[in-house]
Write a protein that binds this ligand. Structure first.
Ligand code: BGP
Length: 484
């Protein structure tokens, strides 16, 4: 019989990313990243907060680490802002910028919390966008290598787990939110896959650097992953779900673990004139940097149905309002698949399907196919939280979400899946990638609104105390009625 508790060495923790949490966007020598520009130009118009202050973690990091310690964290996954370390993308290092990350990593290590570094989380230095268009140009691969080598050398003695590029699959879908793309190029969908090809090479270089420089280091990509279900049992829908899996998931996983492009997905992209241009030597480089593990960001499953060639291509939609049902569309790949709502699942207020079973399905499926250890680096519920007059946040909905997903992870482990740990999104409330600060994910509340950053005071939510008990009992508390 399997044990109710998680293994001793399981990495309990949570995650954040630099531009979403740090703030101090132009302080101590940091210059803009593309996210400073995107958030200011696109999202400020919608009334959302910018990355300028975010959760002010830059000034609260000691308090944040103390709260993580109080919760019992064994690990913390965060990203480094390239533009804080190299404000111009390349060249001179910014001493105060790198010092911030040394202070953070030291603080974590001194508190027994394992730092898990993500090298890149959507925030390319703006200087590189101005210089040559950022990820659109192959020059970025060399510049990323320069940055990555510097960071890996700085932290090689303190950091074992490295993730390279956050969510390439999501970047392809939402490319104008995750990369700065000039207006006149936004209808050239092939460029989405070209950017991704450049990222594949940057990823492989970072894998090789960790292998060369970090003794006992483990490196992998952090993929945004949604398993795909067929809408019905009709063979055409089942085939559409397979097509969607190949283009949405296997297209990335096959690169990370086999160093090749998934054949079916690539054949479709070639037929549609969307395939990336591959130069001599590119695939050899990609094949040289195989991942040791996979970091998984799982929020929802997706659902696909068949479509013919008469429909028009479109990529994934967004719900901007937080009112259920206002998602502005689903991805369509003509003659391949069409994503749709799964009628069997409830959703968040932003129309993300809630599916704990999908977590187990995903873990077992990926482990069976690739046989590598898995680490959850994101999973969580975006919701509007309310601060009560006596200073509490009763987020039972978040507890329910995390509990069910952790139980699904445990079931997968009981079926033999090798799990490194669980780092939900997010440690503290932070700036959403597309919905401001009102859509919250944190275990720790940050007292600010989209309009008013106030003092960004930290408040422990009910989920904080609950997660603390889960960690203290190595998961046994998951099976008890919550008494928070
Ligand atoms: C993932 C990103 C995170 C994050 C999260 C929630 O795709 O890696 O950066 O924010 O999703 O998304 P959102 O902020 O849009 O709600």
């Amino acid at each position: 019989m399997s044990s109710l508790i998680f293994p001793e060495n399981f990495l309990w923790g949570a995650s954040t990313s630099a531009y979403q949490v740090e703030g101090a966007a132009h302080e101590d020598g940091k210059k803009s990243s593309q996210q400073d520009v995107i958030n200011k130009e696109n999202y400020a118009k919608k009334g959302f907060a910018t990355a300028e202050i975010a959760s002010d973690h830059y000034h609260h990091y000691k308090e944040d680490v103390a709260l993580m310690k109080e919760m019992g964290f064994k690990a913390y996954r965060f990203s480094i802002a390239w533009s804080r370390v190299f404000p111009d993308g390349t060249g001179e290092v910014n001493p105060k910028g790198i010092q911030f990350y040394h202070n953070l990593v030291d603080e974590l290590c001194n508190n027994g919390i394992e730092p898990i570094i993500t090298l890149y989380h959507y925030d390319l230095p703006w200087a590189l966008v101005e210089r040559y268009g950022g990820w659109l140009d192959r020059q970025v691969i060399k510049d990323f290598a320069y940055y990555a080598e510097y960071i890996i050398k700085e932290f090689k003695d303190q950091v074992k787990y490295w993730t390279t590029i956050n969510e390439q699959s999501v970047i392809v879908q939402y490319w104008t939110q995750k990369c700065y793309i000039p207006e006149e190029l936004r209808n050239q969908d092939q460029l989405r896959y070209q950017i991704n090809h450049h990222m594949n090479m940057a990823h492989a270089i970072a894998c090789n650097l960790v292998h060369e420089l970090v003794e006992g280091g483990m490196v992998g990509s952090a993929i945004g992953y949604a398993p795909v279900y067929p809408l019905t049992g009709k063979p055409e829908d089942v085939m559409a779900a397979q097509n969607a899996h190949d283009l949405e998931n296997a297209y990335y996983l096959d690169i990370y673990f086999k160093g090749i492009y998934n054949k079916a997905a690539f054949a479709y992209l070639e037929k549609e004139k969307l395939a990336p241009i591959i130069e001599p030597g590119d695939m050899e480089l990609i094949k040289s940097g195989i991942s040791d593990f996979l970091a998984l960001n799982y929020y929802n499953s997706s659902c696909a149905m068949a479509c013919d060639s008469s429909v028009e291509r479109r990529f994934a939609g967004v719900n901007w309002s937080g009112v259920k049902g206002q998602m502005d569309g689903y991805e369509i790949q003509p003659d391949f698949y069409q994503m749709c709502r799964n009628p069997y699942l409830n959703t968040t207020d932003w129309d993300w399907a809630i599916d704990p079973t999908g977590m187990e399905y995903m873990l077992r499926d990926i482990y069976t196919r690739y046989n590598k250890p898995l680490l959850i680096t994101e999973n969580g519920l975006g919701a509007v939280d309310y601060l009560t007059e006596d200073g509490k946040v009763h987020d039972s909905y978040r507890i329910d979400y995390i509990r069910k997903h952790l139980l699904a992870i445990k079931r997968a482990m009981d079926f033999g899946v090798e799990m490194i740990g669980y780092c939900p999104w997010s440690a503290v409330d932070l700036l959403s990638t597309s919905n401001g600060v009102n859509k919250r994910y944190g275990l720790i509340y940050v007292d600010r609104t989209d309009d008013d950053p106030k003092e960004c005071c930290r408040i422990r939510k009910d989920s904080f105390y609950w997660y603390q008990k889960v960690i203290a009992t190595r998961g046994e508390h998951l099976y008890e009625e919550d008494d928070c």
